[in-house]
Design a binder for this molecule. Structure first.
Ligand code: C2O
Ligand code: CU
Ligand code: CU
Length: 523
């Protein structure tokens, strides 16, 4: 698989004056570095002793892929090749820029060779996975253009939908927003026995949906807004595209049987917060979050999904007549758009609801839909619970004039930690995120899954329009903290010592410094 397509020189034209900026940085345009990945810099980290149950190669490379009707778009994307493992480990995404679905099972020993065919440094981060720091894809372990890095780990997380994406950060800022926007992101499913026993919908009745927003210029070239006004705005509110894409394409119409389905949704957008609702007003039935299944299903009028979060939905069309059309809609809301509103300019969608998926019920009588179990999992009760002696660590989210956002007054400084960013291996703590800004911040902690134990000021500011859809039960690696809110999470630092990241997952906030390391030390 050395036959990747070198990027055309015209990757992204600037159209309409200064308002649109080339997606690609200068290096690609000048590139003489588009050779195959050399077998240099091979580096084994984490689990380096076989045997492995799964072994695969993941390629990050420029490509040309259709997105909108008409001309294909230049993208950066992941492709993969299975070397060893079960036949369903990879589901390729031909003709789409979204990375292949990687399906793993809890307990598997996995080895992945990452080949960087991009013209700049990258890393691959396994978002949500409990893996050692060395294989976590942190910016301190960049993979140079042309290099291959090999990582190994044991799959140790609950069954759930996770994902993988780049995490590079150079001297002049992060490249997570740019590289993800260019197309580098893919879904990762972990399966386990307790989940399998539930007999939830699978095969054709299990759908994975990666939600992203993109803007286009000229001949369907992706554009990442970066004029002087735009870059300030982008730094403030993050980049939002004006087309909503599902798995790298505009929304589609699909036929469904009159039975039950499982929709596993990842918000892979840079900054957009989705408000997902069924067009016919039926409640949204949530069965899982980023860290896997809830204890029991929950019904919501709509579901709020912040960048990097995942939600697992169950829906049955059993009672719906033949030909019934039901849409999954993204409802407009203004949370996180104060600046846009205030300053008149906005790169946002119109105020109309947008369909993400249209389902048409084909009433062919099949077997009765399997009932939704009323108990989904029983292991959450065994998590360490904080008590009165648990340490509470405060994190104040604030704005730094013209520089973006800060955590406890600090911005990203590479692999250094302050005294109050050191935690003890094995300890359980409470972290409190207090959002003292006008923007929502989806706060993400690497290396573990946490519980949300309280949310104060639920109806502060813009929160009102999204609060009823925020699912705080279950396990999470990313929690949305609305302006004015104080959210407490409980986390336990198990198994691995060393540095991990915590940051806002609005990718433009993160790239502009709203990110820090914390360190797990042996007490
Ligand atoms: Cu999804 Cu630090 O990342
Ligand atoms: Cu992460
Ligand atoms: Cu933020």
């Amino acid at each position: 698989m050395r036959d990747f397509i070198p990027a055309r020189r015209t990757f992204l034209k600037s159209v309409g004056g200064a308002a649109t900026f080339a997606l690609l940085p200068a290096p690609l345009l000048l590139s003489g570095c588009q050779q195959g990945a050399a077998e240099t810099d091979a580096d084994e980290s984490g689990l380096d002793q076989g045997p492995f149950d799964v072994e695969l190669t993941l390629f990050a490379r420029p490509d040309v892929t259709p997105i909108l009707p008409g001309a294909a778009s230049e993208v950066w994307r992941y492709t993969a090749r299975l070397i060893k493992g079960p036949g369903d480990t990879l589901t390729h995404s031909d003709n789409r820029y979204v990375g292949p679905l990687i399906r793993l099972r809890r307990g598997q020993r996995v080895r992945i060779h990452i080949e960087n065919h991009l013209p700049e440094n990258t890393t691959v981060h396994w978002h949500g996975l409990h893996v050692p720091p060395e294989v976590d894809g942190q910016p301190r372990f960049p993979i140079q253009p042309g290099a291959t890095k090999t990582v190994g780990f044991v799959v140790d997380d609950r069954a759930g939908l996770y994902w993988y994406h780049p995490h590079p950060h150079g001297d002049d800022g992060g490249r997570v927003g740019f590289q993800s926007y260019a197309g580098l992101a893919g879904p990762l499913i972990i399966e386990d026995d307790p989940e399998r026993e539930l007999d939830l919908p699978k095969g054709d009745r299990e759908r994975v949906m990666v939600l992203q927003d993109r803007s286009f210029a000229g001949e369907n070239e992706l554009s990442y807004l970066a004029d002087s006004m735009g870059s300030m705005m982008t730094r403030m509110q993050g980049f939002k595209g004006d087309h909503l894409l599902v798995n790298g394409k505009p929304a589609t119409v699909e036929e469904v049987q009159a039975t039950a389905y499982r929709l596993r949704i990842l918000n892979g957008s840079n900054a957009r917060i989705y408000k997902l609702v069924w067009s016919d007003g039926r409640p949204v039935t949530v069965i899982g979050t980023g860290g896997g299944l809830l204890e029991a299903p929950e019904e919501r009028p709509y579901v709020t999904l912040a960048p990097a979060q995942r939600v697992d939905l169950w829906v049955s069309f059993e009672g719906d007549r033949q030909g019934t059309e039901i849409q999954l809609i993204n409802e407009p809301h203004r949370a996180g758009e104060m600046m846009g509103g205030m300053m008149g300019g906005s790169n946002n969608m119109s105020d109309t609801p947008t369909s993400l998926l249209t389902l048409v019920v084909n009433g062919t009588p099949g077997k009765a839909a399997p009932a939704l179990p009323d108990r989904l999992s029983s292991d959450l009760a065994f998590l360490a619970h904080p008590d009165n002696s648990t340490r509470i660590r405060p994190f104040r989210l604030s704005m730094k004039m013209m520089q973006g956002f800060a955590i406890n007054g600090r911005q990203f400084e590479g692999a250094t930690v302050a005294d109050d960013e050191v935690v003890s291996l094995g300890a359980t703590e409470i972290w409190e995120f207090f959002n003292d800004t006008m923007m929502p911040h989806p706060m993400h902690v690497h290396g573990l899954q946490f519980t949300v134990i309280s949310r104060r000021n639920a109806n502060a500011g813009g929160a009102r329009q999204l609060q009823a859809g925020i699912v705080d039960s279950g396990l999470h690696d990313t929690v949305l903290v609305m302006p004015g809110q104080r959210v407490r999470i409980a986390l336990t630092f198990k198994d691995f010592k060393g540095l991990y990241l915590y940051h806002c997952h609005n990718m433009e906030h993160e790239d502009n410094g709203m990110m820090r390391y914390y360190e797990v030390r042996k007490p």
